[in-house]
Design a protein around this ligand. Structure first.
Ligand code: AMP
Length: 436
């Protein structure tokens, strides 16, 4: 039997409905803030991710699925190296959504200089070559937003409030959500801060793991995220980002917090929150669910340098992404179901001799927008009723020899077992009235 790839899932039944429901809630909540949907390709040039996410990040160095056509693989195997490949031949499956959306914004000039900001949201599969475990997949689904052209700290606060509203609308108990925020500084103050952290790690190199020593050179702030308990203990004394902000960044952060306070949003400041991707500047945030044990269900922040990194004009921006699978797990842990049952339907049953009449009756009902099921296996009337029950049909239309001859149909309410006769010509109307 063919097998699914490890770390991937099939979405069907209530799980599929859960994903669709999450998209519906996203469209509704983000729509009230003026966001429109965008869909970018799942496959992009590697350069898009290297520029945006950062060459030194785990996502780009270790987790990106690279894509080669069959012919290209053959030529690579023959040459033994990919060094001769052109940029347009170096492709990858997207590990996240932001870099692709920003690439699209640059390429299509969504935010002309001096133009109004653009607000976009997306939903779709992302791919990371991670070791699969609970809440950590190789193909997972994200819903995210990107707000390009906005520099105002009110935008940071609005983005966070929109995210928390989205979680509440999905059914999370607001008390269980833990919003963590931090400011990582910008091009003016971050380089000096990075250097301080690098020196700190090197001053403590005897106590840090090999990964952190490598991080010291590549991306020192990632040492705050080290899984090694000892490194975490040492990093407790490392210089903290909020104490090393320039005046503009400190003022921006203070205003974001003031807006959040004004809106009554509960948050925790974590001066070690750095997030895994290089593009963040100033505000960063993550949301966890207490007691769910699935890690962060969403996160994001400001990325004022990203449009430039992708080849555009300097344009501020911010956004977030949430993970569908972790949200579903966390809601389940709170005893909540995101998907729900199959939508109810109407079943058209018949005795075998009038089967052709079912065809027309079902057509008329579907044309009127009624979800309609019929038998397609030549089952007996009794087993058609059983099937109707199993499908959760609210009404059953029964066609028998005498009824069809008289141009009538019997309508049976599956809950009350009440039956009425209606003219076949008015069937759709009668069904719609009863369903209402
Ligand atoms: P990130 O881009 O890493 O900040 O991810 C944003 C959100 O996507 C996270 O908070 C998770 O909910 C989800 N996510 C990230 N990586 C994975 C993964 N490998 N499997 C499942 N969900 C993920």
């Amino acid at each position: 039997m063919a097998q699914r790839v490890q770390g991937t899932e099939d979405l069907y039944g209530s799980y599929m409905r859960a994903w669709q429901h999450m998209n519906d809630v996203a469209r509704e909540v983000f729509g009230t803030y003026g966001f429109n949907m965008i869909e970018t390709p799942a496959i992009e040039q590697v350069a898009t991710f290297v520029h945006g996410i950062g060459e030194s990040t785990d996502v780009v160095r270790k987790e990106m699925f690279r894509v080669f056509s069959g012919a290209l693989v053959e030529s690579l195997l023959a040459k033994g190296s990919e060094s001769g490949l052109k940029p347009k031949q170096r492709l990858a499956l997207r590990p996240e959504g932001t870099a692709g959306v920003v690439r699209a914004a640059v390429q299509n000039n969504f935010v002309p200089q001096g133009g109004a900001p653009v607000k976009l949201w997306y939903a779709g599969p992302m791919f990371r070559g991670e070791r699969p475990q609970k809440g950590r997949l190789r193909q997972f689904h994200q819903v995210g937003v990107e707000w390009l052209g906005a520099s105002d700290p009110a935008a940071d606060a609005e983005c966070i409030i929109m995210l928390m509203t989205f979680f509440e609308r999905l059914g999370f108990n607001p008390e269980s959500l833990r919003l963590v925020i931090n400011s990582m500084g910008d091009a003016a103050c971050r380089p000096a801060y990075r250097e301080k952290v690098r020196s700190f790690i090197l001053d403590h190199k005897d106590q840090m793991c090999d990964d952190c020593l490598e991080r010291a050179e590549l991306n020192p702030l990632r040492a705050f995220d080290c899984k090694n308990d000892h490194c975490r203990e040492v990093m407790k004394d490392a210089p903290l980002a909020p104490n090393n902000l320039c005046e503009e960044c400190a003022s921006h952060y203070a205003q974001v917090k003031r807006y959040l306070d004004e809106a009554g949003v509960r948050y925790v400041e974590d001066p070690t929150l750095v997030r895994g991707l290089d593009y963040y500047t100033r505000t960063v945030f993550e949301v966890e669910v207490e007691g769910a044990g699935v890690g962060a269900i969403g996160g994001g922040g400001r990325y004022d340098g990203l449009m430039e990194l992708e080849g555009g004009k300097p344009t501020p921006g911010l956004g977030f992404a949430v993970g569908f699978e972790r949200i579903a797990l966390a809601l389940q842990a709170q005893g909540k179901e995101l998907g729900g049952d199959d939508p109810s339907c109407v079943y058209v049953a018949c005795t075998p001799d009038v089967r052709p009449s079912v065809f027309g009756a079902a057509l008329a009902l579907r044309k009127a927008g009624v979800r309609t099921e019929t038998d397609s296996q030549g089952r007996s009337l009794k087993s058609q009723f059983k099937q109707a029950d199993k499908l959760g049909a609210r009404l059953c239309v029964v066609l028998g020899t005498d009824e069809v001859a008289a141009g009538m149909a019997t309508l049976r309410d599956m809950a009350t077992h009440e039956q009425v006769q209606v003219p076949l010509a008015d069937l759709a109307q009668a069904v719609i009235e009863r369903l209402a």
